[in-house]
Design a binder for this molecule. Structure first.
Ligand code: FAD
Length: 108
């Protein structure tokens, strides 16, 4: 089975890629499906300490998933990832650049 780091890289690739393909303006159904997905992801992610901390963070006031649009979801996902980066002592990522990294590609 993958270790926690390999699992994490794969999971973040999936999560940011899903954000990148999310519609610019999401319908009520799409918003509800995304909320369900994130809630279930937080339950099923097979690193249990990771999943528990992720759920705790997501359930705190102000940290609820922002699912109205691609832009909001992408920035929210970046903030969620930065929360884990801080916890692990990693560098924070500039969330103004998430789209360049995960959707449109770097300009240089
Ligand atoms: P990763 O953090 O996996 O990042 C991959 C790439 O994403 C980076 O190279 C960079 O290009 C880009 N990136 C970095 N930050 C951002 C950002 N904020 N927004 C957008 N793109 C970014 N590991 C633990 O040891 N303990 C935990 O509790 C833990 N909790 C986790 C919770 C979740 C929900 C997930 C998905 C993973 C968790 N992990 C945890 C794994 C951890 O986040 C890393 O994936 C792992 O340590 C490998 O790190 P990495 O340095 O290779 O890059």
């Amino acid at each position: 089975p993958p270790d926690v780091e390999e699992l994490g890289r794969g999971a973040w690739t999936l999560l940011h890629s899903i954000s990148a393909s999310y519609p610019p303006r999401a319908s009520p159904t799409q918003q509800s499906e995304m909320r369900q997905f994130l809630g279930l992801f937080g339950k099923l992610y097979p690193c249990w300490v990771c999943a528990e901390d992720f759920q705790d963070w997501m359930n705190k006031k102000g940290n609820e998933p922002r699912v109205e649009s691609r832009d909001r979801l992408g920035k929210w996902m970046c903030e969620a990832h930065n929360e884990v980066n801080r916890k692990l002592g990693k560098q924070e990522f500039d969330c103004g650049k998430w789209e360049e990294r995960w959707r449109t590609g770097w300009k240089d």
